[in-house]
Write a protein that binds this ligand. Structure first.
Ligand code: GLA
Length: 508
């Protein structure tokens, strides 16, 4: 018997007994309401609740609309008296969904809860059908699955600089020009760092025709590209397939072809395409593939070669299909931080499936933090050594206008860069793990082998390698950081500082 029918039976008895009449039966509100303000993330606009009368009683369903995520369906809906309790899935598998509560009446409601990292408690008022309709969020078809052949292919792991790790959204035209200058004067360009990539924070609004404009910090993107090109460097930019970039700027949702044309017209050579709010729209392997494919095809249609960098945090085994959507590199992980623990976790453990890497497509364990100040020189040496052993893209993340001699030495050592850029494009692997020590090997094109000796422990230690155990018969051993030769016997036991690394090139 339903709760309602129980009450119908009880009410006459209550009257007969002279008891006070029971309050009207509580039920959650139904209808549509428009939010009055609220946090920018996710920019809630409206909530709609619908009640269905079924044989087993009433069931509720609903949709919450926002600028970041469009329509999110209410999940796990349950009724608690006059409130509706539900979950919202924003497409991020790492977010633990928590209860969101909607309470009120036909005229106004309150929605309280948490989505990702934002708490909210916001009122909404009833609105006309027309006003609610005006907040409809558009959806767009995705292309049928195809394999894209890009015009730009990275034969070796891309090398360059990116604004995010050091500057976040505090980046502007003047700084990018100064960085380009410093790439020349510091010798970084000549060491191979070619791309100057503007990350999140350059985007402005769209004009009446939908053409995306840079914000006021970037008065003339084409002129900036010309400036960078004149220095023999290349210019990269950043966008998202979602309506919003990760920092809340305009994404390319609904404007993919148009934005690719804009980037090409500016003279862009590299696009980092970051899933961000797109994770709510594209949270299956098929849809993520399709939207990256769509951008790759849009780039190809411009006929301007652009390196396509996929940033979807390694979801859905991206390395197994990244090349098929024209990707030259794909992130294997969430964001790096300028901390040894985070860098080491990514470098040692979250560096992608080794077989996926190779000429034309690279596992990307995220950009470098070397020179940003949060790690010791030896920790940064581990960072560079690991990235070189992995054949990872070397995208600088520091302020190259101001570098210590140590930083310059870490970033420009030609023998270390040669290991990273080796034409065989093999991702090195741990050959031996012994407590806090790891010995990695990487076969190089000329028949030699790079050997990385890593001390993950908190104390200095001597690390012993046995050449035979590694299948090596060295005639020559080169300490590439020290730029000196060692005898094969002496190189079998070496002192490695805490959190430090030694990098050897062993020639048979
Ligand atoms: C994400 C990416 C970062 C950076 C920021 C910008 O977090 O993983 O590399 O691009 O977005 O908002």
């Amino acid at each position: 018997m339903s709760r309602k029918s129980v009450l119908l039976h009880v009410l006459p008895i209550a009257g007969w007994l002279g008891m006070a009449a029971l309050p009207a039966l509580a039920a959650p509100p139904t209808g549509g309401w428009i939010f009055d303000g609220g946090p920018d993330f996710p920019g809630f606009t409206r909530v709609q609740v619908h009640k269905d009368h079924g044989q087993k009683g009433d069931t509720y369903s609903g949709v919450v609309t926002s600028h970041w995520y469009g329509d999110l369906k209410m999940d796990d809906v349950r009724v608690d008296g006059d409130t509706l309790v539900f979950h919202l899935f924003n497409g991020n598998p790492r977010v633990t969904e928590t209860d969101i509560v909607l309470k009120g009446d036909a005229r106004s409601v309150h929605m309280t809860g948490k989505l990702w990292y934002t708490d909210f408690d916001i009122p909404a008022h009833a609105a006309t059908r027309t006003a609610l309709k005006a907040l409809d969020f558009p959806t767009y078809p995705l292309p049928p699955r195809r394999v894209v052949k890009p015009l730009a292919r990275a034969e070796t792991p891309p090398m360059g600089w990116n604004s995010w790790n050091k500057f976040a959204t505090d980046i502007d035209d003047k700084t990018v020009r100064e960085i380009a200058d410093a790439m020349m004067t510091s010798g970084l360009r000549d060491a191979g760092y070619l791309y100057i990539n503007i990350d999140d924070g350059w985007q402005g609004e769209r004009d009446k025709s939908g053409v995306l404009q840079p914000n006021s910090k970037f008065p003339d993107m084409k002129a900036l590209a010309d400036y960078v090109h004149a220095k023999g460097l290349k210019l990269g930019i950043y966008s998202s397939p979602g309506p919003k970039s990760c920092a809340g700027y305009e994404g390319s949702y609904g404007h993919i072809e148009q934005d690719a044309k804009t980037f090409a017209a500016w003279g862009i050579d590299y696009l980092k395409y970051d899933l961000c709010s797109g994770e709510a729209f594209y949270h299956t392997p098929e849809t993520v593939y399709a939207v990256y494919q769509q951008m790759a095809e849009a780039i190809a249609a411009t006929r301007r070669p652009m390196i396509f960098s996929l940033c979807e945090y390694g979801r859905f085994d991206v390395g197994s299909w990244g090349r098929d959507v024209g990707g030259s590199l794909w992130r294997t992980t969430g964001d790096i931080e300028d901390k040894y623990e985070t860098m080491a976790k990514i470098g040692f453990e979250k560096n992608g499936v080794p077989n996926h890497t190779g000429p034309g497509g690279w596992n990307d364990p995220d950009m470098l933090e070397v020179g940003n100040g949060g790690m010791t020189t030896e920790e940064y040496r581990t960072h560079m050594s690991l990235w070189a052993m992995m054949a990872a893209p070397l995208i600088l993340g520091n302020d190259v206008r101001h570098m210590t001699p140590d930083t310059v030495a870490l970033l420009t050592n030609p023998e270390v860069i040669a290991i990273d850029q080796d034409a065989a494009g093999i991702q090195g692997l741990p050959a031996k793990k012994d407590g806090g020590y790891e010995v990695w090997t990487k076969k190089l094109k000329d028949g030699s082998t790079a050997v990385g000796l890593f001390n993950r422990g908190d104390d200095a230690a001597s690390v012993t390698v046995n050449w035979a155990d590694l299948g090596l018969k060295p005639a020559k051993v080169r300490d590439v950081w020290a730029k000196s030769d060692l005898t094969p016997a002496a190189a079998q036991t070496v002192a490695v500082p805490r959190h430090g690394a030694m990098l050897l090139r062993v020639t048979p």
